[in-house]
Design a protein around this ligand. Structure first.
Ligand code: ZN
Length: 295
């Protein structure tokens, strides 16, 4: 049995008259569309899909406007890099880079000594926030838990579950500086959430899940927001990246290979620059820029 009803939806909810709020998310098409471009070994597919669920849950707790939340794991084992990005509209993409055969390896073996980073980039010129912790734990939920304990400002707990086609997650967060009569609501709700089974999380629709876990609590469930895969790569963004290589490097690649071909790490879209495209990259560069002193 799979839960079709809440696929690719994020629900926000709160417990009435307490300082605890939460989110629940179910991902299906989002995962398949984000991960279909690469033949990921199962252990990485699982890590990426659970991180995608966690990214949606956390993005929904912060104010980003146009911005992006990203998770990055950098390892020194066979897994070099794992990236998940989610924007304020809950559009997300993911990728991983690894070497060799990962068969039989656990997640901790993959990473070795690694680091986990969360970046909040408002993309409006505002300040970027980044928190980095050592990777401790053998799965995504444990790594996130460590992060939450070490660096998060608000008390936050996350529960995750996945199968090869879906991922689901639940988040509870204690709001700051709220004066409520109900002093033990955080302890009580997180204890109840700790009883959640992996298949309940995956298979029950959010309303049923919340009723089952918190049947004596007064839960207010809000209308859901859709979650989807979206890559924001473009000819423009690839051009900008190529420009950073410099004219000399670009000319030398064109001379050696006839054209420049770049594949997006996230969606595998191919961008090909023939010699004419390549020469266009630098066409707006003024050799003697006289536009500096316009004022
Ligand atoms: Zn792309």
């Amino acid at each position: 049995m799979t839960n079709m009803k809440d696929n690719d939806l994020l629900h926000r909810f709160l417990f009435e008259n307490t300082d605890v709020r939460g989110n629940a998310v179910h991902l299906s098409d989002t995962i398949q569309q984000a991960l279909q471009h690469t033949d990921y070994p199962p252990v990485l597919h699982k890590a990426l899909s659970e991180l995608m669920a966690a990214a949606a849950l956390l993005t929904a707790t912060v104010k980003l406007d146009q911005g992006t939340l990203s998770f990055q794991i950098q390892g020194q084992g066979p897994l070099n890099l794992l990236v998940v990005e989610c924007n304020a509209a809950l559009r997300m993409r993911a990728t991983a880079k690894w070497q060799g055969d990962l068969h039989g390896l656990g997640f901790k073996d993959l990473i070795g000594n690694g680091h986990f980073a969360i970046t909040l980039d408002p993309r409006d010129g505002g300040q970027t926030y980044q928190g980095i912790v050592e990777v401790i734990g053998d799965n995504i939920a444990q790594i996130l838990e460590t992060y939450m304990q070490q660096s998060a400002q608000l008390e936050t707990r996350i529960w995750l579950s996945s199968n090869p086609h879906q991922a689901a997650g639940l988040l509870l967060q204690k709001l700051p500086q709220q004066q409520t009569e109900d002093q033990d609501s955080w302890q009580r709700t997180t204890m109840l959430a700790d009883t959640v089974q992996a298949d309940e999380l995956l298979q029950l629709d959010t309303n049923t899940l919340l009723r089952r876990l918190f049947h004596e609590e007064n839960v207010r469930l809000f209308d859901p927001s859709p979650v989807a895969f979206e890559c924001r790569c473009s000819h423009q963004s690839v051009s900008n990246m190529l420009r950073l290589l410099g004219r000399e490097e670009i000319d030398s690649i064109i001379q050696e290979q006839g054209s420049i071909s770049v594949n997006c790490d996230f969606c595998n879209a191919a961008y090909v620059f023939d010699p004419i495209d390549a020469s266009q990259l630098f066409v707006n560069e003024m050799p003697n820029s006289s536009s500096k002193s316009l004022h």
